[in-house]
Design a protein around this ligand. Structure first.
Ligand code: CP3
Length: 357
């Protein structure tokens, strides 16, 4: 079936568009009262992820409110460690935690590689349900965490400020980390290819913690495994390309190397000047980003100036997917999000006037 709105996919492939497409990281989330209500109905966050009908419902909620150009699967990057038997849970108002700890080499060696249609079937069922319910309105984005980012949560036992546990192992027994990263890379390839087979029309890899590494460690422990994933993904379904976006938060220094993996697009956080990013890698890849979500807490006037500055920084032509530089925060007023999306959609038209569409 033809998509009714394919701006997001076209921009990722640098094909002409009438305006810059937009979606928001964490667009289905706690800033929306209807999300909080559905999560309460499910009981908790993981029960929401594991219920394909309710996961579909929250995926669609932001699209009912706003004219977004893409839907993103409602799930979490930590479904893979959970499916490996780590026992993921989220305490009320807390970050992620695991019931199981990885204490030694044998624990890592024994971790299984999950079969996506078995242990992660609920995710594939959510993808199929969402694709059906979207009815061709906008494309559906699938996603996974980068091996490095998943490994940080698994070895730290949750969120971390210093990453000292994983770094201690990395700089004393690097082979343990490499066994884990290798398993995670294989798991992510199977998982994303299964999402693509189930109906995801583009995929994104979230490397939230690559930016805590040194340049050499980034190459060895994060980028090389994302490279394996890019090489292992299904990039085309029945003649239609399936674009891949890589996003390393705080990875602004390494844009050239990220673009050289052969991905279609690079996600930018707000520390990057999108004008210079386009000069550096805009001939190779599309760019996604990069407004600081905190502009959604300020005045609409300042937010509009920032939207204008980002559009102007990218400049004329296709190849830009507007987004935030990281996820929208729970304290944002949903009314302001409306102004934000309207600003992107109305201001961006003048950057696409030469496109003949
Ligand atoms: O973007 C979307 O709308 C799709 C859904 C999505 C979620 N998590 C839902 C979620 C996506 C793409 C993610 C990715 C994710 N999960 C990342 C990478 C992106 C990033 O934010 O850097 C990471 C690091 C995680 C791990 C994770 N999940 C953490 C650290 C937390 C707790 C922090 C928090 O915001 O509370 C989560 C929970 C989570 N994942 C929530 C949502 C909507 C909030 C949980 C809740 O509803 O109580």
């Amino acid at each position: 079936m033809q998509l009714k709105n394919d701006r997001y996919l076209r921009a990722l492939l640098k094909q002409p568009v009438d305006r810059t497409p937009i979606w928001m990281m964490r667009q289905a989330g706690r800033y929306l009262p209807e999300y909080r209500a559905t999560r309460a109905q499910a009981g908790d966050f993981m029960s929401l992820c594991k219920n394909p009908e309710l996961a579909c419902e929250v995926t669609l909620q932001p699209l009912r409110r706003y004219p977004l150009d893409a839907a993103i699967l409602f799930s979490d990057i930590l479904t893979i460690p959970d499916a490996m038997g780590m026992g993921l849970y989220f305490g009320e108002g807390e970050g992620p935690k695991f019931t199981k700890q990885l204490s030694d080499f044998m624990d890592v060696v024994q971790l299984p590689i999950p079969d996506p249609e078995v242990e992660l079937r609920y995710v594939m069922d959510a993808v199929r349900t969402i694709r059906r319910e979207l009815n061709g309105e906008v494309p559906l984005i699938g996603f996974a965490g980068s091996p490095w980012t998943l490994a940080t949560y698994m070895l730290e036992g949750g969120s971390s400020k210093t990453f000292s546990k994983i770094k201690k192992i990395m700089y004393s027994e690097p082979e343990v980390i490499h066994i884990l990263l290798d398993k995670l890379a294989q798991s992510v390839i199977l998982y994303l290819n299964a999402q693509i087979a189930a109906g995801a029309q583009a995929v994104m890899i979230f490397d939230t913690w690559g930016g805590v590494l040194t340049p050499n460690s980034y190459r060895e422990y994060s980028l090389s495994y994302m490279q394996q994933i890019v090489d292992g993904l299904t990039r085309n379904v029945d003649g239609t390309p399936v674009p891949v976006t890589l996003f390393t938060k705080n990875g602004g220094l390494w844009l050239e190397e990220i673009a050289a993996t052969g991905c279609d697009a690079v996600g930018l956080d707000w520390t990057v000047d999108i004008r210079s990013a386009r000069q550096r890698i805009g001939d190779k890849v599309a760019l996604q980003g990069n407004m600081d979500p905190a502009f959604l807490l300020g005045t609409p006037e300042r937010m509009r100036l920032e939207v204008q500055a980002i559009l102007d920084g990218y400049g004329q032509g296709s190849g830009h997917v507007f987004n935030l530089g990281h996820g929208i925060t729970p304290d944002v007023d949903p009314e302001k999000v409306k102004f934000f999306i309207e600003a992107v959609q109305s201001f961006s038209r003048t950057y696409h006037l030469d496109n003949n569409i």
